[in-house]
Design a protein around this ligand. Structure first.
Ligand SMILES: [Zn+2]
Length: 299
């Protein structure tokens, strides 16, 4: 039963690229009492790491926010109608069961929505991304739960989401989870998201992180005030990047060829950022949703 549910989550995350799945700085301050963080604290994106650690990777949850029972709270849209910080205490029961169907979010246009298609990056340059993902009980129809994100940031958020889902599957513990879109001044497309998580019953032994993910797309520049974009042709040196991403993932997937590589496969380093997924899933689940081993990694 548990396996099947994870299978569904993987389907949604991987096959649909998380594009339909898935906090506030007014002036420069995050709209949550416990977060001591602003966009000014973040070093500019250098074209390599998709994220940086914040506060030594320790989340900002306060004692009163940390609970061992489920809850979920969206921040209100701000005066510019932008999505703000959402917090949740989740456990295994927060995750959808097989019969749950996702609603249609196509009519939701978060601020900064100015989508365009670029052949060079393999498709659309923006996705509507959920602040609390559907697979953790987040709403698929509530505007307060959406931001305009790059496919690249969404994929990198999903790496963490799958890691937490895996933990929830293996324990009966709760995980505190908060995502805060970080805007620069009055801009309509966020510069990134602050993602925090903390496993409650084991005091962060299983899950504990605090990262800022950049809302960028290799090959493109965004104009964050409007969400417009232009092609630059500047892509990441993926070999450099791979050293730093989520050190403990199990596999690297190519979601175009649907091939599985081991985490240290040299060929996998050359997979384009658009098609590369760092995965914590079990081999059997990946095969269940249509993946197969790449020749170079077959045993
Ligand atoms: Zn390989």
């Amino acid at each position: 039963m548990r396996k099947k549910i994870i299978g569904i989550i993987l389907l949604v995350l991987i096959v649909f690229g998380g594009y339909k799945l898935f906090a506030n700085v007014s002036a420069n301050n995050v709209n949550s009492k416990s977060i001591q963080f602003s966009y000014d604290d973040i070093t500019e994106y250098k074209g390599d790491n998709p994220y940086v650690y914040v506060n030594d990777n320790k989340p900002y949850f306060t004692g009163s926010e940390i609970k061992n029972e489920r809850y979920l709270k969206y921040g209100p849209l701000d005066s510019l109608k932008r999505g703000t910080s959402a917090i949740a205490c989740i456990n295994y029961d927060s995750m959808p069961v097989e019969d749950d169907k996702k609603g249609d979010s196509d009519s939701i246009h978060p601020t900064g929505w100015n989508n365009a298609t670029y052949e060079e990056i393999g498709g659309a340059c923006q996705v509507r991304t959920q602040i609390i993902p559907w697979c953790f009980g987040g709403s698929d129809t509530d505007k307060k739960n959406y931001i305009t994100a790059s496919p690249y940031m969404t994929d990198n958020m999903n790496v963490y989401v799958v890691k937490i889902a895996r933990y929830l599957e293996e324990t009966s513990n709760h995980v505190m989870y908060r995502v805060t879109p970080v805007f620069n001044k009055e801009e309509l497309m966020c510069r990134g998201v602050l993602m925090e998580a903390y496993s409650v019953e084991d005091n962060g032994e299983g899950i504990c992180f605090n990262v800022f993910l950049y809302n960028v797309q290799p090959g493109l520049d965004y104009i964050y005030s409007t969400g417009e974009s232009k092609y630059t042709g500047r892509f990441i040196d993926v070999a450099v990047k791979a050293d730093d991403v989520s050190n403990d993932y199990d596999y690297i997937l190519n979601n175009r060829s649907m091939l599985i590589h081991k985490h240290d496969c040299e060929n996998a380093l050359r997979i384009g950022t658009k098609n590369k997924i760092y995965s914590y899933a079990d081999e059997s689940e990946l095969i269940q949703v249509g993946y197969r081993w790449a020749e170079c990694c077959k045993q």
